[in-house]
Design a protein around this ligand. Structure first.
Ligand SMILES: Cc1cc2nc3c(=O)[nH]c(=O)nc-3n(C[C@H](O)[C@H](O)[C@H](O)COP(=O)(O)OP(=O)(O)OC[C@H]3O[C@@H](n4cnc5c(N)ncnc54)[C@H](O)[C@@H]3O)c2cc1C
Ligand code: FES
Length: 267
């Protein structure tokens, strides 16, 4: 497979960014150079056989010049708890970059970027790339991020520093709109029009988004599914999609996604 690497890369940074969330950066020049927003790394979380399977985690940021690639992850269970123990100087075995990422917007399109919880992780790389290639249209981009609490919201300051307009939603009302980011987006769509929407978050959020967005904009969403091989060989990551003729078929999240056109997904 062209442009996919499997090596143990040195950890150059690993820190807690919010309770239960960690930023891990690896010195992985070839991955940093070859990755696109929305792609993911398949990470071996421990040196041993437990857990046996790798864990898929989106590329949060790739610093092409510096050769670094970073992931932002929530400590969810066995694998990520073991990963949380690695320290700078240790090496982590990753396979990647994998999957199909987001399509960048065309010049001048009005864009919304919508992230729920840790699902916002891959959107930073997308925003960084858009700033590079789409810089003079930044005022046409609206970013919506949501989390349970303000403390759990990843990277709001960074997004504002990049020059984006950011609206936030928190379930407990500790910051911004009180409610979900999908509800916030639905409210905003009442007085703003978008040509293109990018999203990442849990399935309930994507369902509300699908209802809010209407038939107009092109919507690309990143889907999360449990994975085995990560490369299309084991069928464990099947998701239901609609073919051009309207029939329901199965796609591989690892190979055909994780980014899909929302209209193609059967949510
Ligand atoms: C393409 C892709 C990109 C992802 N990017 C990120 C990311 O950037 N940051 C991040 O924190 N997480 C991300 N995830 C989710 C991440 O893979 C899971 O949280 C991780 O595999 C959990 O492993 P674990 O061994 O710690 O937990 P487990 O013990 O395996 O499970 C703990 C809990 O997490 C749920 N879970 C496990 N695997 C997945 C999965 N693949 N998708 C959804 N829920 C799962 C389980 O149902 C269970 O409730 C991504 C998933 C996919 C498919
Ligand atoms: S994880 Fe094996 S086919 Fe997708």
């Amino acid at each position: 497979m062209a442009g996919v690497y499997n090596k143990k890369y040195p950890v150059v940074k690993h820190e807690e960014t919010a309770p239960g969330q960690r930023l891990l950066c690896l010195d992985a020049p070839e991955i940093a150079l070859g990755s696109a927003p929305g792609q993911f790394l398949h990470v071996r979380c421990s040196e041993g056989r437990d857990p046996l399977l790798r864990r898929p985690i989106s590329i949060h940021f790739a610093e092409r010049e510096g050769g670094r690639v970073c992931i932002l992850y929530r400590v969810a269970g066995r694998g990520t708890s073991l990963l949380a123990r690695v320290a700078p100087g240790d090496h982590v075995d990753v396979l990647g970059p994998l999957g199909r990422g987001y399509t960048l917007p065309s010049a001048g399109e009005r864009v919304a970027v919508v992230g729920g919880g840790i699902g916002a992780a891959p959107l930073f790389f997308l925003l960084a790339e858009m700033r590079k290639y789409y810089g003079r249209y930044l005022d046409r981009v609206s970013v919506f991020l949501g989390a349970h609490t303000l403390e759990a919201l990843p990277g709001a300051a960074l997004i504002r520093e990049m020059g984006y307009h950011l609206d936030i939603a928190t379930d407990d009302g500790s910051g911004g709109f009180k409610g979900t980011v999908a509800d916030l987006f639905r409210e905003a769509s009442g007085n703003r029009t978008f040509d293109r929407v990018y999203a990442c978050g849990p399935p309930p959020m994507l369902r509300v988004l699908a209802a809010a967005v209407g038939p107009g904009p092109a919507v690309e969403v990143s889907v999360e599914e449990r994975m085995g091989c990560g490369v299309g060989a084991c069928l464990s990551c099947a998701c239901r999609v609609r073919s051009a003729g309207g029939a329901v078929e199965y796609a591989h999240v690892c190979r055909d996604g994780p980014v899909f056109n929302l209209k193609d997904l059967v949510l």
